[in-house]
Design a protein around this ligand. Structure first.
Ligand code: ZN
Length: 199
């Protein structure tokens, strides 16, 4: 039962999109390895009626972050294309609120909070602790975690459910978030961690 004033645990799935899978336009090594752990966490949250949110990179063609425009990345996650679709097999519950980022052609946005309305969605759902999994650890997960901390949410990063473009950068990102106050949790433990999360 949820009482008034109670804060909720919520899960945010960051950018589990086809172009970020190995072999995709901007493939993250081992990006596919996070699908299973995330699905187990999604199932666990769904079983307990806890809210789930998803973010997606949602660029217009010719986005300023693309190499053709002098940006750092190959073209990826162009809105409406198969590469921008969520990974097949990702078990997002029906009706999961989705926020789209970096849809402005002239502006990059790594954080799921950046210009998306996510903060308002989380506040409306009375979210306190925000579990984070997805891609890529040292970019969109890191920037999302920083914003979560800045905005007063309690980020809990699901180790085993995140993957980095560069492994050392990913380690540094997790260390930074932990040093700033984020909690690092084993995704498998969270998926089976019924009693602790039900409290
Ligand atoms: Zn992007």
């Amino acid at each position: 039962m949820r009482m008034e004033g109670e804060v909720m645990d919520a899960l945010l799935v960051v950018d589990l999109q086809a172009d970020f899978m190995p072999g995709g336009a901007l493939g993250v090594p081992d990006g596919d390895r996070v699908i299973g752990p995330l699905n187990r966490c999604l199932d666990s949250f769904a079983r307990r009626g806890l809210p789930v949110f998803a973010s997606r990179d949602w660029h217009p063609a010719g986005h300023c972050s693309f190499r053709e425009r002098g940006g750092p990345w190959p073209a990826h996650c162009v809105a409406g294309t198969p590469g921008a679709a969520f990974v097949p097999g990702l078990r997002l519950p029906p009706g999961t609120p989705v926020v789209s980022k970096a849809a402005d052609p002239e502006r990059e946005a790594y954080s799921a909070f950046d210009g998306t309305g996510l903060e308002a969605l989380l506040r409306r759902a009375r979210v306190g602790r925000l579990f984070l999994g997805g891609l890529a650890t040292e970019y969109c997960v890191l920037y999302t975690g920083r914003d979560a901390l800045r905005l007063g949410f309690q980020p809990a990063v699901l180790e085993g459910a995140v993957a980095a473009i560069s492994a050392p950068d990913g380690e540094r990102a997790l260390a930074e978030l932990a040093a700033q106050g984020a909690v690092l949790l084993d995704s498998e433990e969270v998926a089976g961690w019924k009693e602790a999360l039900r409290s």
